[in-house]
Design a binder for this molecule. Structure first.
Ligand SMILES: C[S@@+](CC[C@H](N)C(=O)[O-])C[C@H]1O[C@@H](n2cnc3c(N)ncnc32)[C@H](O)[C@@H]1O
Length: 341
């Protein structure tokens, strides 16, 4: 529905104008939809079984009725997921979730200031933690399935420590699948730990969530009881720590090994590609995902994602043993490194 056609050099002037309009319309659909998603409109609509009036919706999400109506008219006429009859609307098809864009919208809204250096990510601008964890939930199943399956074999009382735990779903699933495993989730973002806390409470398993920076090991280590088998996971977080350079990163991995020798450690990271490799890719969907994924990292003061070869080299330099690598889903660039400290 939203596929962007390849721009060809042989287009007629008319085709070029049409393509420009198509790109501009896609841009406005994305911007409008994401703004309404962030304001909660689609959360309200997803729960409605009957058409809802626009003025009623505007009161619920606390926005101006006239501008909301303009947004809805635009989305209704350019997409196929809304049904509108007079002043009433209902979702017809599943609308795109676009949680990824909702997560990074505050960053792209400030792109000019970030480029000029008048604002800095982390101080003046931050990505949206609420949508970050919502995005995690939509993409994590294959990685979680692998870890849950591996940990079903564990026969002794253990704690799974999930570094950068996001919504906490991995901890709930592992602990539900193997009652010998309790959980400790650590995340630096208080919005995310708040949501994780609510999520794990629903699982009624002994899982603790704390707000902390994973690099401050002395701070979170005190939450781990002694004499218990420890298992660790760090899914889609370690590359963020590369922002301080490889030397400090490797020193962090070595410190983890020193503090928890012999522990099993699952790391998941995207097998990153260079700009040239992305440019040469044939499959458009994967190409766009990879281009967007690589783009956000320099804007958000994260370390750049790395290739599988580089990850294996980091583990080797830190004297971690990689027992196995697993690609949990075809056509998914994520790789799980099943390690021993
Ligand atoms: C891309 S998300 C991944 C979340 C989850 N592990 C998953 O697989 O869906 C990265 C998470 O790491 C957290 N994070 C980033 N840097 C961190 C740090 N230094 N200490 C603790 N958490 C951190 C972020 O807040 C975010 O929730």
């Amino acid at each position: 529905m939203f596929f962007i056609k390849n721009l060809s050099q042989n287009n007629t002037e008319h085709e070029t104008v049409l393509q420009d309009q198509l790109l501009a319309t896609h841009y406005l659909i994305t911007l409008t939809h994401t703004t309404l998603e962030r304001l909660g409109l689609f959360d309200v609509l997803r729960k409605k079984t009957e058409p809802a009036a626009i003025d009623e919706l505007s009161k619920i999400i606390k926005v101006r009725t006239d501008i909301l109506e303009a947004c809805i008219n635009f989305l209704w006429s350019t997409t196929n997921y809304l049904e509108k009859n007079g002043q009433k609307i209902i979702l017809k098809n599943n609308p795109p979730k676009w949680f990824w864009i909702a997560t990074y919208k505050p960053v792209f809204d400030n792109l000019e200031s970030l480029l000029k250096g008048t604002k800095k990510y982390g101080n003046d601008v931050v990505r949206d933690g609420y949508y970050l964890q919502k995005m995690s939930i939509t993409i994590n199943n294959p990685v979680e399935n692998y870890i849950v399956q591996q940990l079903q074999e564990i026969k002794e009382k253990s704690i799974l420590v999930d570094l950068g735990c996001g919504p906490g779903t991995l901890l709930s699933r592992v602990s539900a699948a193997n009652p010998l495993i309790e959980g400790l989730g650590i995340d630096v973002d208080p919005i995310i730990t708040d949501i994780a806390q609510k999520n794990v409470m629903r699982s009624r398993r002994p899982i603790k969530i704390i707000t902390a920076d994973v690099t401050k090991i002395h701070f979170w280590k005190k939450h781990i009881p002694s004499n218990v088998n420890l298992i660790f996971s760090a899914n889609s977080i370690l590359h963020e720590l590369l922002r301080d350079g490889e030397e400090r990163f490797i020193s962090f991995l070595k410190t983890l090994k020193g503090a928890f020798p012999g522990s099993r450690f699952f790391v998941t990271e995207i097998n990153a590609l260079s700009p040239q490799e992305i440019k040469n890719m044939r499959s458009n969907d994967y190409k766009f995902f990879m281009a967007m994924f690589m783009f956000t990292h320099p804007l958000t003061e994260q370390g750049l994602p790395r290739s599988k070869k580089e990850w294996l080299s980091f583990f080797k330099k830190s004297q971690w043993s990689v027992m196995r690598t697993e690609q949990p889903k075809n056509n998914d660039a994520r790789i799980i490194y099943d390690c021993l400290l």
